[in-house]
Design a protein around this ligand. Sequence first.
Ligand code: KG4
Ligand code: ZN
Length: 346
Amino acid sequence: MTLVLGIESSCDETAAALVSGDRTIVAQRIASQDDAHRPYGGVVPEIAARAHAERLAPLIEATLADAGCSLADVDAIAATAGPGLIGGVMVGLVTGKALAMAGGKPLLAINHLEGHALSPRLANPALEFPYLLLLVSGGHCQILLVEGAGRYRRLATTIDDALGEAFDKTAKILGLGYPGGPAVERLAATGDAKSVRLPRPLMGSAEPHFSFAGLKSAVLRAHQAGVHTPADIAAAFQQAAIDCVIDRTARALAAAGPVSALVCAGGVAANRAVRTALESLAAAHGLGFTAPPGALCTDNAAMIAWAGLERLAVSPTDADPLDFAARPRWPLDPAAEPARGAGVKA
Ligand code: KG4
Ligand code: ZN
């Protein structure tokens, strides 16, 4: 059975995992940096890079020890090589290269977005290609047609903020602290979404993309008006964001052709209200819906190891050169038409 060591360090989670070809997560460890970034209300890249540098090597050692393994038992090293905060990415990729070189193992330089994109197949063996994927995280908000490992067609992206970013900024405006998404979800459950009127940017638009910057500004104005409770604003924000997501995803479903399922991945896929709305949309199209369990939605190394295993399943001798460069930006579909907008990331 193929055993891959995954390494993830592209944002604020330092993570290592051992995953085998039969989808078993043999061991995994995640060191969150939430406490280090909380005073600043967001991720500080330099603090993140230093924390990765301090924590990654002992974390990998502990993960191997948890599994009763040594480097010799590992068949390949899969390390996130981008996109992300470049200092952190470099820490993980250099560590992966060193282990690959020392152990005489192949290196697989993994696109973090590919880790998210394939994570639903780690959790759900029945999920087959092609599927329509809503990838919603702190840095990205895309709809992708996933045709196979390494084969992605981007149907939509955000022209400004990512969905997770909108949750995080809303949390900051409402004083809910960092990280914001789970806090907004908890508070929204106690509020009345109808009591605050918020815009739904690009809803019904002929262009396929997302936009959340206007919604975030409207949240700020609603808060400053001083007449609504934070719970009502959180609920109204979450509902407006979900309405946009459903509208855009429905449009993509109509454009995508036949797919096996509607799938959601990335940190925001942990949100129950988002999942429930997508489940209903899928059902209305006669499709199944799947999303990984919450712990596999947010950043983790099991999805990076799994992306490596998917690549090896396609091509068993696959490997990247040891001079593979870390990439701060790395679109999954380089052929996708550029979207308009100053904040377009990929
Ligand atoms: O995938 P991820 O862990 O990191 C990136 O690659 O960005 O996603 C983190 C994002 C953050 O913006 C966080 O607020 C959001 O996912 N998030 C949530 C929830 N859990 C995490 N957003 C809404 N509801 C949640 N329950
Ligand atoms: Zn991520």
